[in-house]
Design a protein around this ligand. Structure first.
Ligand SMILES: [Zn+2]
Length: 231
Protein backbone atom coordinates (compact mmCIF):
# COMPACT_ATOMS: atom_id res chain seq x y z
CA UNK A 1 0.00 0.00 0.00
CA UNK A 2 2.82 2.29 0.97
CA UNK A 3 4.69 1.37 -2.20
CA UNK A 4 1.71 1.77 -4.49
CA UNK A 5 0.91 5.23 -3.19
CA UNK A 6 4.47 6.33 -3.59
CA UNK A 7 4.77 4.89 -7.03
CA UNK A 8 1.81 6.87 -8.29
CA UNK A 9 3.16 9.98 -6.61
CA UNK A 10 6.55 9.37 -8.19
CA UNK A 11 4.97 9.00 -11.60
CA UNK A 12 2.93 12.16 -11.10
CA UNK A 13 6.00 14.24 -10.51
CA UNK A 14 8.16 12.52 -13.05
CA UNK A 15 6.61 12.89 -16.47
CA UNK A 16 9.86 11.71 -18.04
CA UNK A 17 9.77 8.47 -16.06
CA UNK A 18 6.12 7.95 -16.93
CA UNK A 19 6.86 8.51 -20.59
CA UNK A 20 9.72 6.03 -20.66
CA UNK A 21 7.57 3.51 -18.76
CA UNK A 22 4.81 3.91 -21.31
CA UNK A 23 7.26 3.58 -24.18
CA UNK A 24 8.69 0.39 -22.73
CA UNK A 25 5.19 -0.98 -22.12
CA UNK A 26 4.18 -0.17 -25.71
CA UNK A 27 7.32 -1.80 -27.08
CA UNK A 28 6.70 -4.84 -24.93
CA UNK A 29 3.15 -5.18 -26.23
CA UNK A 30 4.16 -4.80 -29.87
CA UNK A 31 7.04 -7.26 -29.94
CA UNK A 32 5.77 -10.63 -28.76
CA UNK A 33 7.09 -13.06 -27.66
CA UNK A 34 9.54 -11.18 -25.54
CA UNK A 35 12.57 -12.57 -23.76
CA UNK A 36 11.94 -12.61 -20.01
CA UNK A 37 14.65 -10.03 -19.37
CA UNK A 38 12.97 -7.35 -21.50
CA UNK A 39 9.65 -7.81 -19.67
CA UNK A 40 11.49 -7.67 -16.38
CA UNK A 41 13.10 -4.41 -17.35
CA UNK A 42 9.79 -2.76 -18.23
CA UNK A 43 8.38 -3.91 -14.91
CA UNK A 44 11.36 -2.53 -13.01
CA UNK A 45 10.83 0.91 -14.53
CA UNK A 46 7.19 0.83 -13.49
CA UNK A 47 7.72 -0.30 -9.92
CA UNK A 48 10.94 1.47 -9.02
CA UNK A 49 10.20 4.58 -6.98
CA UNK A 50 13.40 6.41 -7.54
CA UNK A 51 15.21 6.30 -10.87
CA UNK A 52 18.80 5.52 -10.05
CA UNK A 53 21.87 4.43 -11.88
CA UNK A 54 22.81 0.82 -11.37
CA UNK A 55 24.44 0.38 -7.99
CA UNK A 56 23.99 4.01 -7.00
CA UNK A 57 23.28 4.36 -3.32
CA UNK A 58 20.34 6.21 -1.84
CA UNK A 59 21.81 8.97 0.29
CA UNK A 60 20.84 12.09 2.22
CA UNK A 61 22.95 15.12 3.11
CA UNK A 62 22.93 16.61 6.59
CA UNK A 63 25.24 19.45 7.53
CA UNK A 64 27.57 18.84 4.60
CA UNK A 65 27.88 15.13 5.41
CA UNK A 66 26.49 12.37 3.23
CA UNK A 67 24.73 9.39 4.81
CA UNK A 68 23.57 6.20 3.18
CA UNK A 69 19.85 5.63 3.71
CA UNK A 70 19.43 2.56 5.97
CA UNK A 71 17.76 -0.50 4.42
CA UNK A 72 14.42 -0.06 6.20
CA UNK A 73 13.96 3.37 4.61
CA UNK A 74 15.27 2.63 1.12
CA UNK A 75 12.70 3.24 -1.61
CA UNK A 76 10.40 5.04 0.83
CA UNK A 77 11.31 8.62 0.05
CA UNK A 78 8.15 10.75 0.18
CA UNK A 79 7.61 12.04 -3.33
CA UNK A 80 4.36 13.77 -2.42
CA UNK A 81 4.63 17.55 -2.61
CA UNK A 82 4.82 19.14 0.84
CA UNK A 83 1.83 21.33 1.69
CA UNK A 84 2.07 25.02 0.86
CA UNK A 85 2.13 27.37 3.83
CA UNK A 86 -1.48 28.40 3.23
CA UNK A 87 -2.61 24.74 3.30
CA UNK A 88 -1.33 24.38 6.87
CA UNK A 89 -3.59 25.07 9.84
CA UNK A 90 -2.80 25.34 13.53
CA UNK A 91 -3.94 22.53 15.81
CA UNK A 92 -5.99 23.86 18.77
CA UNK A 93 -3.58 24.38 21.67
CA UNK A 94 -5.78 22.19 23.87
CA UNK A 95 -4.82 19.20 21.68
CA UNK A 96 -1.09 19.94 21.74
CA UNK A 97 1.31 18.78 24.42
CA UNK A 98 2.14 21.72 26.72
CA UNK A 99 -0.29 23.79 24.62
CA UNK A 100 2.40 24.18 21.98
CA UNK A 101 1.92 25.38 18.42
CA UNK A 102 1.63 22.50 15.95
CA UNK A 103 0.56 22.69 12.32
CA UNK A 104 -1.14 20.10 10.13
CA UNK A 105 -2.56 20.13 6.63
CA UNK A 106 -6.02 21.68 7.03
CA UNK A 107 -8.02 18.51 6.26
CA UNK A 108 -5.90 16.45 8.66
CA UNK A 109 -6.30 19.13 11.35
CA UNK A 110 -10.09 19.12 10.93
CA UNK A 111 -10.21 15.32 11.10
CA UNK A 112 -8.06 15.33 14.23
CA UNK A 113 -10.26 17.94 15.91
CA UNK A 114 -13.43 15.95 15.14
CA UNK A 115 -11.83 12.72 16.34
CA UNK A 116 -10.49 14.26 19.55
CA UNK A 117 -13.91 15.76 20.32
CA UNK A 118 -15.53 12.33 20.03
CA UNK A 119 -12.80 10.69 22.12
CA UNK A 120 -13.21 13.42 24.72
CA UNK A 121 -16.93 12.61 25.05
CA UNK A 122 -15.88 9.10 25.97
CA UNK A 123 -13.41 10.35 28.56
CA UNK A 124 -10.31 9.83 26.42
CA UNK A 125 -8.06 12.89 26.10
CA UNK A 126 -5.98 12.86 22.93
CA UNK A 127 -2.96 15.14 22.62
CA UNK A 128 -0.15 15.25 20.07
CA UNK A 129 3.43 16.48 20.27
CA UNK A 130 4.28 16.51 16.58
CA UNK A 131 2.56 17.26 13.27
CA UNK A 132 3.97 18.97 10.21
CA UNK A 133 7.77 19.01 10.03
CA UNK A 134 9.78 20.47 7.17
CA UNK A 135 12.81 18.69 5.72
CA UNK A 136 14.95 21.40 7.27
CA UNK A 137 13.52 20.69 10.70
CA UNK A 138 13.97 16.94 10.18
CA UNK A 139 17.65 17.59 9.42
CA UNK A 140 17.92 19.66 12.60
CA UNK A 141 16.50 16.82 14.71
CA UNK A 142 19.07 14.41 13.29
CA UNK A 143 21.96 16.88 13.44
CA UNK A 144 21.23 17.44 17.12
CA UNK A 145 21.38 13.70 17.82
CA UNK A 146 24.54 13.27 15.73
CA UNK A 147 26.12 16.02 17.84
CA UNK A 148 25.23 13.96 20.92
CA UNK A 149 27.36 11.16 19.49
CA UNK A 150 24.64 8.85 18.22
CA UNK A 151 25.23 7.05 14.93
CA UNK A 152 23.06 7.74 11.90
CA UNK A 153 21.80 4.16 11.78
CA UNK A 154 20.78 4.27 15.42
CA UNK A 155 19.00 7.61 15.05
CA UNK A 156 17.09 6.45 12.00
CA UNK A 157 15.60 3.50 13.83
CA UNK A 158 12.90 5.89 15.01
CA UNK A 159 13.58 9.12 13.16
CA UNK A 160 13.10 9.15 9.40
CA UNK A 161 15.94 10.50 7.27
CA UNK A 162 15.12 13.96 5.83
CA UNK A 163 12.72 13.50 2.91
CA UNK A 164 11.48 10.17 4.28
CA UNK A 165 9.26 11.38 7.08
CA UNK A 166 5.49 11.35 6.76
CA UNK A 167 5.50 14.43 9.00
CA UNK A 168 6.61 16.34 5.93
CA UNK A 169 3.18 15.79 4.35
CA UNK A 170 1.39 17.59 7.18
CA UNK A 171 -0.87 14.56 7.66
CA UNK A 172 1.06 12.56 10.29
CA UNK A 173 0.76 13.04 14.05
CA UNK A 174 2.54 11.68 17.08
CA UNK A 175 0.19 11.14 20.00
CA UNK A 176 1.52 11.53 23.52
CA UNK A 177 3.29 9.94 25.17
CA UNK A 178 5.14 9.47 21.87
CA UNK A 179 7.00 6.36 22.98
CA UNK A 180 6.38 2.64 23.46
CA UNK A 181 4.24 3.31 26.55
CA UNK A 182 1.54 4.71 24.29
CA UNK A 183 0.47 1.18 23.28
CA UNK A 184 -0.74 0.54 26.84
CA UNK A 185 -2.85 3.71 27.12
CA UNK A 186 -6.66 4.02 26.83
CA UNK A 187 -5.88 6.52 24.05
CA UNK A 188 -4.23 3.84 21.94
CA UNK A 189 -7.07 1.41 22.51
CA UNK A 190 -9.61 4.06 21.58
CA UNK A 191 -7.68 4.87 18.39
CA UNK A 192 -7.44 1.25 17.29
CA UNK A 193 -11.24 1.04 17.51
CA UNK A 194 -12.24 4.44 16.09
CA UNK A 195 -9.40 6.25 14.29
CA UNK A 196 -9.96 4.55 10.93
CA UNK A 197 -13.43 6.06 10.62
CA UNK A 198 -11.77 9.48 10.84
CA UNK A 199 -9.15 8.56 8.25
CA UNK A 200 -6.27 7.88 10.65
CA UNK A 201 -4.22 4.68 10.48
CA UNK A 202 -1.03 3.45 12.10
CA UNK A 203 1.92 3.71 9.74
CA UNK A 204 4.35 1.43 11.60
CA UNK A 205 2.18 -1.32 13.09
CA UNK A 206 3.19 -3.98 15.57
CA UNK A 207 3.79 -6.63 12.94
CA UNK A 208 5.46 -4.45 10.33
CA UNK A 209 8.37 -6.02 8.51
CA UNK A 210 10.84 -3.19 8.08
CA UNK A 211 10.18 -0.83 10.95
CA UNK A 212 9.92 -1.16 14.68
CA UNK A 213 6.42 -0.58 16.05
CA UNK A 214 5.51 3.10 16.55
CA UNK A 215 2.07 2.94 18.20
CA UNK A 216 2.05 6.74 18.65
CA UNK A 217 2.50 7.61 14.96
CA UNK A 218 -0.70 7.84 12.89
CA UNK A 219 -1.36 9.25 9.48
CA UNK A 220 -4.46 10.81 8.01
CA UNK A 221 -5.57 9.89 4.51
CA UNK A 222 -8.64 11.54 3.01
CA UNK A 223 -9.90 8.37 1.28
CA UNK A 224 -12.81 6.74 3.11
CA UNK A 225 -12.72 9.18 5.99
CA UNK A 226 -15.60 10.09 8.28
CA UNK A 227 -18.19 12.21 6.49
CA UNK A 228 -18.35 14.70 9.37
CA UNK A 229 -14.78 15.71 8.63
CA UNK A 230 -15.35 16.34 4.92
CA UNK A 231 -14.75 19.85 3.67
ZN1 LIG B 1 5.84 10.39 13.94
Amino acid sequence: MHGKRQMSAALLYRPALLLSALLLATTAAAAAPLPATATGQAKAVLTRQKPQENGEKETVRIGGQEFEVPPQWQGLRIEEKPPARKELAAVPRSLAKNHGLIFLRRDARDALVAMAAEAGKEGVALTIDSGYRSIRYQKKIIARQLAQGKTFSRITRFVAPPGYSEHRTGTAVDFTPSNWRFAATPQYHWLTAHAASYGFTETYPENGHRHPWEPWHWRYRPVGHHSATAR
